[in-house]
Design a protein around this ligand. Structure first.
Ligand SMILES: *[C@@H]1O[C@H](CO)[C@@H](O)[C@H](O)[C@H]1NC(C)=O
Ligand SMILES: *[C@@H]1O[C@H](CO)[C@@H](O)[C@H](O)[C@H]1NC(C)=O
Ligand SMILES: [Fe+2]
Length: 401
């Protein structure tokens, strides 16, 4: 017989995220306020050789009170290894795999997820691919102030998000600012805590982390980004710390695209682009992923509105499956920098093969199958001739501006 207290400590909405070198943060929710924030874990099922104590939080939003939200960091963990874990001292056992510490490493990418049948199809296809980390450039649950939708989203993504780290940044649908409530991100920040403190940031809305040879920067389209902002100073400092010998790839994510030839959301990224694109260019960013526009688009390497061999490849991938549907209308003719664009739901896979080569593919949801629809080898800026100039100029621009 299950006693009611047994049922109450059942961990809900389990998801994991990278939390500094060799560490992982486990997040879950319980309805029972006395349930402890402990995670027991080990490398064989049912045998827990280590235990970590974490912290918990909760929040209220109008008439809604959240459950107890637990955040517990475990580690140090071995690379590329399966761990079995249990939350709160009971309930189901989960398993996770840590990313490798060297190439190859694979990322799944899908933004603007929501929680529709289309979302389910995208998640099923991601589940079928072999990947190490999920990257999400904003717009998670589409809760839009209805807090119970955060809970149903947490349950929907748990099978994937409890087994591979989900690294997310905020979109407009995370912003739930209403009268009298100053912090528009209270639900998002309470539930989706990311390693901002671990990366020297003071805000959960922007942070960075390393996976194998890739430095990934998550920026906030909805945090101040002008030259006097904290985000701008943090980005400069973070770019100066990047060691391209250790992390030859530099990848950036945020929500609102800078290069977008869809008619939806034209111009919304212009101010952030004017402020931050020179920094990313000076640092030699290889790839930029965004969402917001519910379609897929890939560009040439671009800078300052034109193709440029030393700029970044921009990929808009806001096609995860949300309830607002697809953005079908495009500007005609396409700009010279736009290589591939299509309004279909789907996901992307980015496999960093080695220091210089990555294979990108976009998979359209087509009934039960995921169909690989766009694919390209991307070579890094390392050793391209841009790099030397980039690092030289980077120091000049980053130090003086
Ligand atoms: C990770 O582990 C798998 C299976 O154990 C192995 O095939 C793969 O080569 C490893 N990857 C790295 C980068 O070490
Ligand atoms: C990197 O991978 C690419 C594609 O597989 C290959 O052509 C290239 O030789 C590799 N480079 C190194 C240094 O191994
Ligand atoms: Fe959006």
């Amino acid at each position: 017989m299950w006693t009611s207290s047994r049922v109450l400590i059942f961990p809900l909405q389990v998801h994991i995220s990278l939390a500094g070198d060799k560490h992982m943060r486990i997040t879950w929710i319980t309805n029972d306020g006395s349930s402890p924030s402990i995670v027991e874990y080990g490398t064989s099922p049912g045998k827990y050789s280590a235990i970590s104590q974490g912290e918990s939080t909760k929040y209220s939003y109008l008439l809604y009170s959240s459950g107890k939200i637990h955040h517990t960091v475990i580690g140090p963990l071995q690379e590329n290894t399966t761990y079995f874990y249990r939350c709160g001292g009971g309930g189901l056992e989960f398993q996770l795999k840590t990313p490798p510490s060297k190439f190859p490493v694979t990322f799944a990418v899908a933004g603007d997820l929501g929680q529709t049948g289309w979302t389910k199809s995208t998640l099923d296809h991601i589940d079928q691919c072999k990947y190490d980390v999920h990257l999400l450039p904003g717009d998670l649950s589409y809760a839009d102030c209805f807090q119970y939708r955060w809970d149903s989203f947490g349950q929907l993504v748990q099978p994937l998000a409890s087994s591979r780290p989900w690294m997310v940044t905020q979109g407009n649908h995370e912003k739930e600012r209403i009268l009298f409530l100053e912090d528009g991100f209270v639900s998002y920040n309470s539930r989706w805590k990311m390693p901002f403190a671990e990366s020297g940031s003071t805000s959960n809305l922007y942070y960075s982390f390393d996976v194998a040879g890739v430095h990934i920067i998550m920026l906030g389209s909805y945090a101040p980004y002008d030259e006097h902002s904290d985000q701008y100073s943090w980005l400069k400092a973070d770019l100066l710390k990047v060691d391209r010998k250790k992390t030859p790839w530099l990848v950036v994510l945020f929500h609102v695209p800078w290069y977008n030839s869809n008619r939806a959301h034209q111009g919304e990224g212009d101010d952030m682009m004017a402020s931050m694109e020179p920094l990313l260019y000076a640092a030699g960013a290889d790839l930029v992923f965004t969402g917001h526009v519910h379609a897929y688009e890939r560009t040439k390497r671009v800078y300052n509105g034109k193709s440029d061999p030393c700029g970044a490849v921009h990929i808009t991938i806001g096609d995860g499956g949300n309830r607002e549907g697809l953005a079908h209308r495009y500007k005609q003719p396409p700009p010279e920098w736009s290589i591939f664009r299509e309004a279909s739901f789907g996901h992307g896979e980015l496999k960093m093969v080695n220091t210089t080569h990555a294979f990108w593919s976009w998979h359209r949801n087509d009934d039960d199958e995921s169909v690989r629809s766009d694919q390209v080898w991307i070579t890094s800026l390392i050793g391209s001739g841009c790099n030397t100039r980039g690092s030289h100029e980077m120091r000049r621009i980053l130090m003086t501006s």
